[in-house]
Ligand binder design. Structure first.
Ligand SMILES: C[S@@+](CC[C@H](N)C(=O)[O-])C[C@H]1O[C@@H](n2cnc3c(N)ncnc32)[C@H](O)[C@@H]1O
Length: 246
């Protein structure tokens, strides 16, 4: 299977239409996004994000660490990162998701700020960040190479990128079981919870088309990241990729 340039939702004829579809779809599910996420993952999504924060600890411990979580959605990773006490930035191109994020940030009186921006065109100077994270957002980009190049551009030497994303379990039996859950059960429950079945049909389809973890390592290397590695979480349902900037 050849690697697609980026996500390819059904009916989208080019990258602009793919991005538009993704933005519209997340806008439709924003009001139920957290509930569906926690229920469908049996709450394991909280562990995936806290594990990502743990892996970024050395960067977060820097006194002046500048941190951005792109595709921040309703802000769960922003909030998990903010537990470090550092001011955290979050960005997303879907307004209703940012409204939800802002509500949670205000309720927790956290030093975090979110802003509206396309992850493939960030309004930041070159080499201006120490840490860039993305959780379950990278897969949705209309062009993975452009997304990685942008991530690399805004990180300064010594900086780190962390990509938390759904993956394909390496064990064939477990992959088949998970496949059944994500293609048969998840769209029904996710659709009922969110009122948008297409969002939860898109999810397993986009994971199926997404590059396998070793391939994403190669893509990150080609984009200029060093010391790139990944670890599977929960049997490979999810993979956390880390890359550094020299
Ligand atoms: C599955 S949600 C993940 C949200 C959050 N990071 C989390 O861990 O729950 C994906 C998010 O990526 C955002 N997104 C997708 N493509 C984007 C892009 N090109 N620029 C900015 N945000 C994007 C969507 O709007 C959505 O909020």
């Amino acid at each position: 299977m050849s690697t697609p340039a980026g996500t390819t939702p059904e009916g989208a004829r080019n990258e602009r239409e793919a991005a538009q579809w993704v933005r519209g779809m997340f806008g439709r599910v924003a009001h139920r996004y957290d509930l569906a996420n926690h229920l469908l993952s049996f709450n394991i999504d909280r562990y995936w994000r806290s594990h990502t924060v743990k892996r970024a600890h050395e960067i977060l411990a820097r006194p002046e660490a500048r941190v951005l979580d792109i595709c921040c959605g309703t802000g769960d990773l922003v909030l998990a990162l903010a537990k470090s006490g550092k001011p955290i930035l979050g960005s997303d191109f879907c307004h209703p998701m940012l409204v939800a994020a802002n509500g949670k940030i205000a309720a927790r009186r956290t030093a975090a700020v979110v802003f509206e921006s396309d992850a493939m065109q960030l309004p930041l100077r070159d080499a201006s960040l120490d840490l860039l994270t993305v959780a379950f957002g990278f897969r949705n980009l209309a062009n993975y190479e452009t997304g990685l190049a942008e991530m690399r551009r805004v990180l300064r030497p010594g900086g780190m990128a962390a990509i938390l994303e759904f993956s394909t379990p390496p064990n064939a039996a477990f992959a088949a079981l998970y496949n059944f859950y994500s293609r048969r059960i998840l769209p029904v429950i996710g659709g009922a919870l969110s009122g948008s079945r297409d969002a939860y049909t898109y999810l397993p389809e986009s994971v199926r088309k997404f590059p396998r973890a070793p391939e994403l390592v190669e893509m990150m290397r080609r984009a200029g990241f060093a010391e790139v590695g990944f670890e599977y979480l929960t049997g490979g349902i999810v993979a956390l990729h880390i890359g550094r900037v020299r």
